[in-house]
Design a protein around this ligand. Structure first.
Ligand code: FMN
Ligand code: ATP
Ligand code: MG
Length: 365
């Protein structure tokens, strides 16, 4: 057949003429000869590789391979040839002048009618352009992936640093508040004046309230919002216990309300002031059945907090309240949370109502 192909020169056998003339590089090898040499190649193969016909005939095709040809792919070709099956691979090959090109190689065995292996036929198609585009796209993707990986690592490191800093600040704030509380406690203990003692104890309660807010904020996973209802139950019980007013009954009816972190401290201090007032002033006679009720409701973005007692009620002369520190503190805290405060007669007792902007915990996403 190869002799015929060479002899044909395009005359006679139209198939041979077509194989010669096609622009698709093609070769035929003879597996019955030692090392399966090339016995035919068309002009397109010579054009593609840069080799003359006489330079390739009689050689195994592996001379096209070079340094960067993938050994795994060559192995696939070897296995297919040994198994006498066809194979299709894309190999990096080299032209005679050393220039690399991507070769889409297709090899197929040719059998005689008797089923005997006669030749291997192959076509080689130059796919360098496509392959380079693919490689460039891959490199581009790798570049961006690397950039994203690097940036993520940077951000993670920055976040870790911020978290560490936050813990450090948290720790220091906690320590400082504890120190302030300890100083006030000691000063109160050693003060000779009952008035000073009373003022210092009131201040201590305020500092401790701030400490409790801080603890809650930083112990929770979400430091942006503050669960007010949980906090109120915690400090109310604590306050009643600490004043020794165990005979006062405390009723809590608190809808879950969350507030933004900056409102947590003023609201906590407000609850402290109102509850302390009820405990301090509502039951001067040491009544056994006194009751304090704290309620929290939230609707349409507004929360209503009431602290109500059934004690003696506010003094008839409201002016007596104006100059106290407690009164001024409450007024300023209410302004801070953009809220309003109403003191009313609960007949019997006193009702303090604070309204402020909020969102209920249930309505949060
Ligand atoms: C018909 C035929 C065509 C081949 N064409 C190429 C080719 O264009 N480029 C190439 O790198 N290898 C080609 N090969 C593969 C090599 O000739 C050889 O089979 C391969 O390198 C695996 O064998 P080896 O491990 O002994 O080198 C061809 C093989 C056959 C049978
Ligand atoms: N729940 C209450 N029941 C009865 N009287 C109250 C109640 N709350 C406040 N008062 C009266 O109002 C006065 C002023 O309260 P305010 O909280 O402003 O000051 P204080 O509690 O006396 O002192 P401070 O809060 O500065 O420690 C109190 O002295 C008390 O007479
Ligand atoms: Mg007070």
């Amino acid at each position: 057949m190869t002799d015929r192909l060479h002899a044909e020169q395009g005359r006679g056998d139209p198939f041979a003429a077509a194989v010669r003339a096609t622009r698709m590089p093609m070769i035929i090898t003879d597996p019955r000869q030692k090392d399966n040499p090339i016995v035919f190649c068309n002009d397109a193969f010579c054009d593609l590789t840069g080799y003359g016909r006489e330079e390739v005939l009689g050689r195994n095709c592996r001379f096209l391979q070079g340094e960067d040809t993938d050994q795994g792919d060559i192995g696939l070709v070897r296995i297919a040839i040994e198994a006498r099956t066809d194979v299709s691979v894309e190999l990096l090959n080299y032209k005679k002048d050393g220039q690399p090109f991507w070769n889409a190689l297709y090899i197929s065995p040719v059998f005689t009618d008797a089923g005997e292996l006669q030749f291997f036929f192959a076509s080689q198609f130059d796919v360098t352009d496509r392959k380079e585009r693919e490689l460039a796209a891959l490199e581009g993707r790798e570049f961006f992936e690397r950039a994203v990986r690097d940036r993520t690592a940077e951000l993670e490191a920055a976040l870790a640093q911020k978290t560490m800093l936050l813990h450090e600040v948290d720790h220091r704030v906690k320590n400082n508040l504890q120190m302030v509380a300890a100083m006030i406690r000691n000063q109160a203990r050693f003060s000779g004046s009952d008035d000073v003692k009373t003022s210092l104890v009131a201040t201590l309660a305020r500092v401790e309230t701030l400490g409790a807010v801080h603890r809650r904020l930083y112990e929770s996973k979400d430091i942006a919002t503050f669960s007010l209802s949980d906090f109120i139950s915690e400090i109310s019980v604590g306050l009643v216990d600490s004043t020794g007013q165990s005979r006062v009954q405390l009723d809590l009816d608190l809808e879950p309300v969350e507030v933004a972190a900056p409102s947590a401290s003023p609201l906590a201090l407000l609850v402290n002031e109102l509850l302390t007032n009820a405990l301090k002033h509502a039951f001067p006679d040491g009544r056994c059945n006194g009751r304090i009720r704290v309620t929290m409701r939230s609707a349409d973005g507004e929360a209503t907090l009431t602290v109500e007692d059934d004690g003696v009620g506010l003094p008839a002369q409201p002016d007596s309240r104006r100059s106290t520190f407690g009164h001024r503190l409450v007024q300023s805290l209410v302004r801070q949370i953009r809220g309003s405060l109403t003191l009313s007669d609960a007949a019997p007792g006193t009702r303090a109502t604070i309204r402020f902007p909020s969102h209920s915990a249930a309505s949060r996403p």
